[in-house]
Each structure stands twice: as structure tokens, then as C-alpha cells.
Ligand binder design. Structure first.
Ligand code: MD3
Ligand code: FE
Length: 181
């Protein structure tokens, strides 16, 4: 998985995107697949090309697609065909505040996430921002399927603790596979 991702990252490097409010995200991101999720001063959206290079996003590696499809099937969502994989890189201190994933067309498709490298505390909330989130530790190799009533749950990642992982060094990599269009 890591070897396949190296090629993606070489063609579409990690970058810190801007929120619509103009803040630099602490998580560095890139994408592969037919669509890629981006944010800048004009908002959140999916694009077919990388705004940094103007090139189409790199192809999704078959190993990544197959893992996500198999995991979704095992979780009760057969026929999942993700068209986008967001790759998030967390260094110590990086975090993702509570949010919903709402930029996709079809909320009946689940989201599959793959955690690599350093562990993180995943915040799994409810359908309202005020619902107190459960804290779930995500470790290297963990794969999660979020569908049905969980699809629109608020979620986030607590600030990453420092550490050193044999696979990734001082970071956590998360793959988020979705059907965007
Ligand atoms: C639960 N990423 O990229 S992945 C994101 O670890 C994002 O980088 C986190 O949230 C990360 O948008 C979490 C797991 C995840 C993704 C989407 C969900 C969990 C979810 C949508 C609904 C509920
Ligand atoms: Fe999310």
C-alpha cells in the first residue's frame, strides 16, 4: 500500500490547503482517483485535476480500490466503487476539527478509511455538532466502514501525539475512500 502511494505522492505532492475562511489546514492532503477533494478561499469541492499541477489526479492504485471495495462488502455495502481517495498526512500536533462529509452526491454509499503509521484518536460524534463524540483509537492497518446512519455523523481527529512508526516515521497517513459523483 505504501509503495503504491509513493508514486501517487510523487505526482501529486502533499500540500496544506486553505479553508474557505483562509486558514491553513494542519493536515497536509493530496488525492488519487477520478475526483479529488480540495478546499481554498472559494470553498470545498471535488475537481478532476490537481489545482497545483493542472494534471488529472493520479490513478487510484488497484490495491487501494480493491481493499476499500472488499472492506465495504464485509461491512454490509456490496458493490462500493470509490471514485476518489483523499490522502491525509498528520504530523505531530495536526488535527481535524469536527465536521460532516457532505460534498458527495450519494450518501447511500459508505466511506472507507484506512489508517497507516502513528495511532490517532478518532472523534465519532452524532448527527448534531453538540453530540459528545466517542473517542476511538485508530492504529496502523485499521480499516473502518462508515455507512447507513453513521454516514453523516460528525467526526474528527484529535491533535496527533508525537511518535515514530517503522512504516511512516513521525506521521500518520489516512486514506479516505468515497464515491463523490
Ligand atoms: C465517520 N478524515 O478526510 S477518516 C476526512 O482520519 C476525514 O483523516 C479522518 O474525516 C482522518 O474527511 C477520518 C474516517 C471517516 C471519514 C468519514 C466519515 C469517518 C467518518 C464520515 C462519517 C462518519
Ligand atoms: Fe471527514
Amino acid at each position: 500500500m505504501i509503495a503504491a502511494l509513493e508514486a501517487v505522492i510523487a505526482a501529486a505532492p502533499f500540500r496544506h490547503m486553505l479553508t474557505p475562511g483562509g486558514r491553513r489546514m494542519s493536515v497536509a492532503m493530496t488525492n488519487c482517483g477520478r475526483n479529488g477533494w480540495v478546499t481554498d478561499r472559494s470553498g470545498y469541492r471535488y475537481t478532476g485535476c490537481d489545482p497545483m499541477t493542472q494534471n488529472p489526479w493520479p490513478q487510484m492504485p488497484a490495491a487501494v480500490f480493491n481493499l476499500a471495495a472488499r472492506a465495504a462488502g464485509a461491512g454490509g455495502f456490496p458493490g462500493f466503487t470509490p471514485d476518489t481517495c483523499l490522502i491525509n498526512r498528520y504530523r505531530p500536533g495536526a488535527q481535524l476539527t469536527l465536521h460532516q462529509d457532505k460534498d458527495e452526491c450519494d450518501f447511500s454509499a459508505p466511506i472507507v478509511s484506512v489508517s497507516l503509521g502513528l495511532s490517532a484518536v478518532f472523534l465519532f460524534g452524532g448527527l448534531h455538532r453538540r453530540d459528545r463524540p466517542r473517542r476511538i483509537r485508530m492504529h496502523n492497518g485499521d480499516v473502518a466502514v462508515w455507512g447507513g446512519t453513521a454516514r453523516l455523523a460528525y467526526h474528527g481527529i484529535a491533535p496527533l501525539a508525537d511518535g515514530d512508526h517503522p512504516l511512516t516515521g513521525r506521521c500518520r497517513i489516512n486514506l479516505t475512500l468515497r464515491k463523490a459523483t
